[in-house]
Design a protein around this ligand. Structure first.
Ligand code: GLY
Length: 390
């Protein structure tokens, strides 16, 4: 074989390798929809017994777990139904999405948590962009007002948790970056820039205090609101204070990518590129691209994986690929993750009460939700499938 032939053969081979990573989105959505039909039936049966349990969260020890609207994950199930409507345009999904979104509505007034981005913006934001329903717009605005009450000017951040005051004075977790989208959107909806300013200040303070030189993120930063100084850098859900909790890295990646979309501030793009570098260049993650629950768990390779971190990462990388000079690399990485999730991490149809993905890790230090299906893994998986088409 001469050199030209060898090069041609190699390039054909490499194209087929790249092609092999591609997910059949239509097929993946069809299986996910079949599963979600099962999930809806299980939700309805559970709600007949306990009507205040509104949303499915996980399966633990074989038990189907539903949550009340105050749970931080309550919005993901209705938000998934909006994604099915977006993909299929089938009124069946519209009716279901509207019905289950309604159950989360009262959380717009909840001032006791930072999680309103997840709880309210995922279902109502998707619902509003698909229907223009003014009632959804009003809920989004009220939720942003509630969230803004948690902003402290001296520290320059939104407080995450009110619980565990014996451990932290003013805890801010990296996950909190995800709530900023609600604030950016509310400035667009109202013309009131105060929400935008809070979001940008929170993102800047977090960029300054939450990251190590290798762009890995701490989980919890505790602030002193009298001085604005950092009191301690710790973890709640990671292996150790100095470890890199996998889902935290995914929230950071998604958060700064979204902040760049909303502001076009190049510092956020550089931050997202840095976090992507940490995630993708890390030699700890197995070849299928699904990370262990924490990059520093000494039990690796026996440690559990976190499919939720993978689906959040894939969705974020598809977006970041549009903005970054590393776009091709990010798209290839996202394709690989999505292909793994859709071929090796999905439940058998009818299994797991209808959850789509398996093998997430919720809270390892609490010994809860280890190697389980979980609603936010499913939500960001559907989002990644949608984004992979564009
Ligand atoms: N936001 C909580 C978690 O990621 O588990």
């Amino acid at each position: 074989m001469n050199l030209k032939v060898i090069i041609t053969v190699l390039s054909v081979l490499s194209v087929s390798i790249v092609k092999a990573q591609k997910t059949d989105v239509k097929k993946a959505f069809a299986s996910a929809a079949q599963q979600t039909d099962v999930l809806v039936k299980n939700v309805d049966s559970a709600r007949k017994v306990k009507p205040n349990l509104v949303s499915p969260r996980t399966v633990e020890n074989g038990q189907f777990k539903m949550v009340i609207s105050r749970d931080w994950t309550s919005g993901f199930f209705p938000a998934e139904l909006w994604y099915f409507y977006q993909y299929t345009n089938d009124k069946k999904w519209l009716t279901l999405a509207q019905k289950y979104t309604e159950d989360i509505k009262k959380e717009q007034f909840n001032k006791g948590t930072h999680d309103l981005g997840f709880m309210i913006y995922c279902p109502f934001g998707n619902g509003y962009s698909l229907t223009n329903d003014p009632a959804y717009k009003a809920v989004i605005i009220q939720a942003a007002k509630s969230l803004s009450t948690r902003f402290n000017v001296k520290a320059g951040v939104l407080k995450s948790w009110d619980h565990s005051s014996d451990k932290w004075k003013y805890p801010v977790i990296i996950d909190n970056m995800m709530n900023l989208e609600l604030l950016f959107e509310t400035t667009k909806l109202t013309g009131d820039s105060s929400f935008y300013k809070i979001a940008v200040t929170h993102a800047n303070t977090t960029m300054k205090n939450h990251f190590r030189p290798d762009f890995s993120s701490y989980h919890v930063i505790d602030y002193d609101t009298l001085t604005g100084n950092v009191r301690q850098k710790t973890t709640a859900q990671g292996y150790a204070n100095e470890s890199a909790w996998a889902r935290g890295q995914a929230w950071a990646l998604y958060g700064y990518t979204m902040c760049y979309r909303e502001t076009k501030n190049k510092a956020y793009l550089a931050q997202a590129d840095g976090v992507a570098g940490f995630i993708l260049n890390n030699k700890i993650t197995p070849a299928d691209g699904i990370p262990y629950w924490d990059y520093n768990d000494p039990k690796i390779p026996e440690a559990s994986r976190d499919a939720s971190a993978a689906s959040i990462t894939a969705s974020a990388l598809y977006e970041l690929a549009k903005y970054s000079t590393n776009g091709k690399k990010y798209k290839t990485a996202a394709d690989k993750i999505l292909n793994s999730l859709s071929t090796k991490y999905t439940s058998k149809i009818g299994a797991n009460y209808g959850f789509i993905l398996e093998h997430s890790t919720g809270h390892r230090p609490n010994n809860s939700e280890i190697d389980v299906p979980i609603n936010y893994a499913d939500y960001y998986y559907l989002e990644a499938l949608l984004r992979s088409k564009n």
